[in-house]
Design a protein around this ligand. Structure first.
Ligand code: NAP
Length: 320
């Protein structure tokens, strides 16, 4: 990989458009691009909160749009060199079923069409490790279809399939609803089998997304990304206990009971909570990445250890 060791992402010419610039990952991409001196455009919805972009607002161009609207994407990509997609529907609040395809599948198709018309040089797409044509949930099947559209687009690209993303500024246990709700309880009930994931900091995901277009190790490829440690549900509960300064007891309940609760909840509050299908997709397999492989693929991104993430969260007061 001659030449890669000396590349400097700050030196890349041309504007980068970030789709989902108001989001937790997207805003970190925008901020890091600005810090590297790149001209940045961020697509945000007219009613998006742009508070995460406050530190860089005077140095970026905001474009109002919605990926469901092809015209707004055509306008947003005009004159850009590269696009980073960090948008999407949250698994814990999936919204209306029809939005899943319109945002995740049709939105990506509209983007590809717009990029072809404007001869955009590169697309980097953020997907997740659960995306699969065999997924039980419509959301993860939609992500797979979006990946396929990009792979077949003929546009230079990288697809990054991330394990669980951790956002500093939100307390560690707030990112696991069961732990958040039971913060003051002596123990945590959970119905999670022994799957593991490799939590990765949103800043590190942003670093990988920015790195990808110039990194010959990942150009044109679909790669899994994750943080340096593999955690089981018990590890998460132990770390959450350490964070609050008092260990949690672990109360295992049958998975079938949790699934029944999720089934009922998603009927009572449609689109406003994790569905049973998404839960099954997420707990049915490990989402683990080999840290050595990550070092090989992204030698310029130094991955934040989980304990360091927790330490940083404690220092932050804002809930990002
Ligand atoms: N969080 C994880 O653990 C994880 C793991 C693997 C992959 N991912 C992927 O990473 C993506 C970003 O994650 P995140 O945690 O940063 O999510 P997030 O904070 O919810 O951000 C999602 C972004 O997408 C935007 N968006 C949603 N619908 C849109 C539409 N119709 N048109 C334009 N923009 C739209 C949102 O805009 P608003 O601000 O207006 O809502 C927001 O900026 C996810 O969607 C998922 O695909 C996440």
């Amino acid at each position: 990989m001659r030449g890669y060791s000396s590349y400097d992402a700050g030196g890349v010419p041309g504007t980068c458009l970030v789709i989902g610039g108001s989001g937790r990952v997207g805003s970190r991409v925008v901020v890091q691009l600005v810090e590297r001196g790149r001209p940045v455009r961020a697509l945000v919805r007219p009613d998006s909160s742009i508070r995460r972009l406050a530190p860089v607002l005077s140095r970026i161009r905001l474009v109002a749009g919605d990926v469901r609207n092809p015209d707004s994407l055509a306008e947003a990509v005009r004159g850009v060199h590269q696009v980073i997609w960090a948008a999407g529907i949250s698994p814990v609040r999936p919204g209306k079923p029809e939005d899943i395809d319109q945002v995740e599948v049709e939105g990506v198709r509209h983007l590809i069409e717009a990029c072809k018309r404007e001869s955009v040089a590169y697309i980097t797409y953020l997907s997740c490790m659960y995306a699969s044509p065999e997924a039980r949930s419509a959301l993860f099947r939609a992500k797979w279809r979006a990946e396929e559209s990009i792979r077949r687009s003929g546009i230079s690209h990288t697809i990054l399939r991330s394990s669980v993303i951790i956002h500093p500024g939100r307390r560690f246990y707030c990112q696991i609803p069961a732990i958040h709700w039971w913060e003051k309880a002596p123990g945590i009930p959970h119905a999670l089998p022994s799957f593991r994931n490799s939590p990765i900091a949103s800043d590190d995901v942003a670093g990988c997304l920015i790195d990808a277009s110039l990194n010959p190790r990942v150009r044109g490829r679909t790669v899994d990304i994750g943080g340096p440690g593999a955690l089981s549900p018990s590890d998460w509960i132990r770390l959450a206990g350490e964070e609050r300064g008092k260990p949690f007891k672990e109360w295992a309940i049958p998975t079938s009971l949790a699934e029944a609760g999720l089934w009922l909840g998603s009927r009572l509050f449609p689109g406003r909570m994790l569905s049973r299908e998404i839960f099954r997709d997420m707990v049915g397999q490990d989402a683990v990445v080999d840290p050595e492989a990550m070092k090989e693929l992204f030698p310029h991104v130094s991955l934040t250890p989980v304990r360091e993430l927790i330490r940083r969260m404690k220092e932050k007061t804002a809930d990002l």
